[in-house]
Design a protein around this ligand. Sequence first.
Ligand code: SAH
Ligand code: SF4
Length: 414
Amino acid sequence: MTDVLSENATQNTAAAPSQSGPNLTDFVTRAANGKAADGRRDLVGLSRDQLTELLGDMGESKFRVKQMWNWIYNRGVRDIEDMTNISRKLRDRLSQDYYVGRPVLTADQKSSDDTHKWLMKFHDGNEAETVYIPDRNEDRGAVCISSQVGCTLTCKFCHTGTQLLVRNLTPGEIVSQFMVARDSYNEWPTPANGIRRLSNIVMMGMGEPLFNYENVREALKIAMDGDGISISRRRVTLSTSGVVPEIVRCGEELGVGLAISLHAPDDDLRNELMPINKKYPLKELMNACRHYPGMANSRPITMEYVMLKGVNDKPEHARALAKLVKGVHCKFNLIPFNKWPGSDYECTPTADIKRFAHTLLECGYEAPIRWPRGRDILAACGQLKSESQRQRKSRAGGCAKASGDDAANVVAAQ
Ligand code: SAH
Ligand code: SF4
């Protein structure tokens, strides 16, 4: 995998969103989901109940809640002033204490294959990555969203795992990543005919979403609300390293698609690659998968499997995998390993990955290979981030590297 930004790729730093709206300085002072410098609070990320309470305290009816929800999440307005069917008096009162925020874009890169990546800065200066991966054949694609800045887990093949967790992202910071993507593609109001370029959400960016479950849940509830952003739960996928207690809860409360970062067919190897396995070993993980609500009906669970040369890529590993997942309605996704500076692993050669896929197929399991997407900007972004790290002791993106590929495959499968 080349580490050079291709001539076709574009890279802009500190780019402001393309639509008209508040300028960059405005974004800085009114950043997402924290209190702005002037003490005002962001409306983005409040649940419907919270918004109802807030407006109720001002003596307003539920009808107002619906109107405001529509402005923020269906029309995408970024200024209370633009909510024109709300009385001037109420707009003025709201503007005294609240605002409609967006994170600041500190980098905005587009790949030669149209994959698009943003680095977003939140109110305290922390940053996370968001990636849009358009489908190769259709006019749609997935937005890959981060749930944390950094990660507490230390999966050995993952660059993010080499960095300490900085913090969980709030519901507003999570959902606003999608809203920035929509700003960028001018996809407001929510397209009513179902045809939209930003059609899917994958929780596969930085961080472990089930270690920030409640905030992720609130953000996804906002994203899936039919009166606003309105992404169907069938078009949302959450990827986890295997936080067993939250898996079934996630299925029950959200009903979104599930992807498991499996990466090994037995506990010994998985303990070595993914320390979380010591806490939640494979037997418990497979049990949680068997009980994942909705699993039996339609959408198979996606078993993600990173191909590490000489480590987990032998035919016997494939056969052991097939045995392991018996009784789980699932398919595999084989991910060629994305190398990062200092990593101990190499990617399995393509011919061996294909052989591995074939062995799984012989055992009855589909195993498409995730060919990398947005290679040029991902590499370039790696450079950008090391720059950021030196300056800001910030994070990196082994996982984000995988995210583009992951998202592309998840969309293709839907
Ligand atoms: N923390 C969650 C979601 C983010 S990671 C999880 O672990 O599932 C998204 C995917 O990228 C995971 O399947 C992860 O295992 C994979 N991944 C991480 N580093 C990688 C790398 N260097 N090459 C290929 N895939 C990688
Ligand atoms: Fe964290 Fe997922 Fe990376 Fe593991 S693979 S370190 S859980 S982001």
